[in-house]
Design a protein around this ligand. Structure first.
Ligand code: C2G
Length: 153
């Protein structure tokens, strides 16, 4: 009997944590459907993504472990999707632990451990360090270092 797994996410600045979650979810069944949050829905989640929806859903649909992609437009669509696609498993990362238990009357609901040490937020923070507001400090620090090096030589 083939098993269909469904999951949802923003998948902004796609990273190893996203990939490993999708690979592990795919391994739970024979077909993986991924709902990718639209930019409008993210606004409802008070989230802005660096990569636009069109690019994020194209990236996800290009993955070997993904069989089908759909847009995620609202919180209520999971129940409809589980029925529409006859999903056997709804799988999410553990940061959503318990949040979708109410759907366990529709299908099995699983939460998988997250990959530690990586997140889109963290990537953004690292990038912002080199942002224009820090550029002056960065330049001063470089000057100090090059003066030190000059004095040493
Ligand atoms: N994830 C992970 N390891 C990380 C980062 C993320 O396993 N280091 C998982 C999350 O737990 C989530 C998925 O990757 O299941 C996508 O994460 P986000 O893009 O942050 O998704 P989010 O914005 O939380 O959207 O309706 C549910 C929402 O669409 C979930």
């Amino acid at each position: 009997m083939s098993k269909t797994v469904i999951t949802y996410g923003t998948f902004d600045l796609f990273h190893i944590g996203h990939l490993r979650l999708l690979q592990r979810l795919r391994a739970l069944g024979d077909k993986l459907i991924v709902g990718v949050s639209t930019d409008e829905f993210n606004a409802l989640k008070n989230k802005t993504s660096s990569i636009c929806f069109e690019d994020r859903i194209e990236i996800i649909s290009g993955l070997k472990c993904v069989d089908m992609v759909i847009p995620e437009n609202d919180w209520q669509q999971k129940k409809r999707d589980i029925e529409k696609y006859s999903a056997d498993i709804l799988g999410m990362g553990e940061d959503w632990q318990g949040k979708f238990d109410h759907l366990s009357s529709e299908c099995e609901v699983v939460y998988l451990p997250r990959t530690t040490g990586i997140s889109s937020t963290k990537i953004k923070q690292n990038l912002s360090i080199l942002g224009p507001e820090h550029r002056e400090e960065f330049k001063k620090a470089l000057e100090v270092i090059s003066n030190l090096v000059d004095n040493l030589s």
